[in-house]
Design a protein around this ligand. Structure first.
Ligand SMILES: [Fe+2]
Ligand SMILES: [Fe+2]
Length: 295
């Protein structure tokens, strides 16, 4: 609000009161020349109304200024919080990248495959962002797995395998501490569940596994099959597709396998190359801070 109406209001009240005072003076000292009584009363009413109007305008003016200041403060706090969250997310990602670059590369590809699958299945933008975030962070807990297990070239011993199997729960525990990443934590926990109920850690079966986790399991496994491991060579995309297809209804959700088939080997191979050539991803990790409750 501009100050002009306020000044005009104050002037109107002053004039009204001066006029009222003048009428009163004439009535007291020159009763013959005094204006009719109705006019005096009218002036009192008008000046009272103007006084009320001026006070109201004044308070509206103050209230709007306070509201604007409050909004500015809120904006500044929001951007500070967003920067802090971005920093925390980047720190996690860098920690994983420095610890094991291969796991980080795997995470980027899984984010790309998972997003493409979810988009093909018609999921909304918020779910696409969520699956990308899960892709980046799902194996975060491998930071704590010793090299002798992570890089082992031979078959894992049962106790080593048990240690690996704990990574979804540990990842869940890490990620749920960060409120802005909370929405990704449940999918991280469930990314190794299998459609037939033989997965871990909860052994959920069929559609009891959330759709995002079922989509994610396909994306994760596809990349695991097409990546080189210390104990085996990478398989081709066509071989991995055939393997995923053969496990439809066993390890993977048939709906998600169908979506993968529709998306096609070529599309997935292109995504694989895009990540390799460091082309822009659909969602950069820092874009995903906005998918938290802050937005
Ligand atoms: Fe995993
Ligand atoms: Fe993974």
């Amino acid at each position: 609000m501009k100050k002009k109406p306020l000044v005009l209001g104050v002037m109107a009240v002053v004039i009204a009161y001066l006029a009222g005072a003048y009428f009163l003076y004439r009535k007291l000292f020159f009763p013959i020349l005094a204006p009719p009584e109705e006019l005096t009363y009218l002036w009192v009413v008008i000046s009272g109304f103007l006084l009320f109007l001026t006070f109201s305008l004044y308070h509206i003016f103050i209230f709007r200024r306070q509201l604007r200041e409050h909004k500015d403060r809120q904006k500044k706090n929001y951007s500070k919080l967003r920067k802090a969250n971005e920093g925390a997310l980047k720190a996690l990602i860098h920690a994983l990248d420095y610890r094991d670059h291969d796991t980080w590369d795997h995470s980027i590809r899984v984010a790309a495959y998972g997003t493409a699958l979810a988009e093909h299945m018609g999921l909304p933008q918020s779910e696409l962002e969520k699956i990308a975030l899960v892709g980046y962070l799902h194996d975060i807990c491998k930071i704590g797995v010793p090299d002798r297990i992570l890089l082992k070239k031979t078959k894992l011993l049962p106790e080593e395998w048990e240690m690996i199997k704990r990574h979804p729960e540990l990842g869940y525990d890490i990620i749920r501490q960060l409120e802005f990443l909370n929405n990704a934590a449940d999918i991280i926990l469930l990314h190794h569940e299998r459609y037939d109920g033989s997965g871990y850690p909860l052994g959920l079966k069929g559609e009891k596994i959330p759709l995002l986790a079922r989509i994610f399991a396909v994306a994760d496994a596809l990349d695991a099959m097409t990546s080189e491991r210390p104990y085996r060579a990478a398989r081709s995309m066509a071989e991995a597709f055939a393997e995923v297809r053969s496990l439809s209804g066993v390890q993977f959700c048939p709906k998600c396998v169908r979506a993968l088939d529709e998306l096609g080997i070529e599309h997935l191979s292109r995504l694989q190359q895009d990540v390799k050539n460091q082309r822009t991803m659909k969602f950069q990790p820092e874009d995903l801070v906005a998918c938290s409750d802050l937005s």
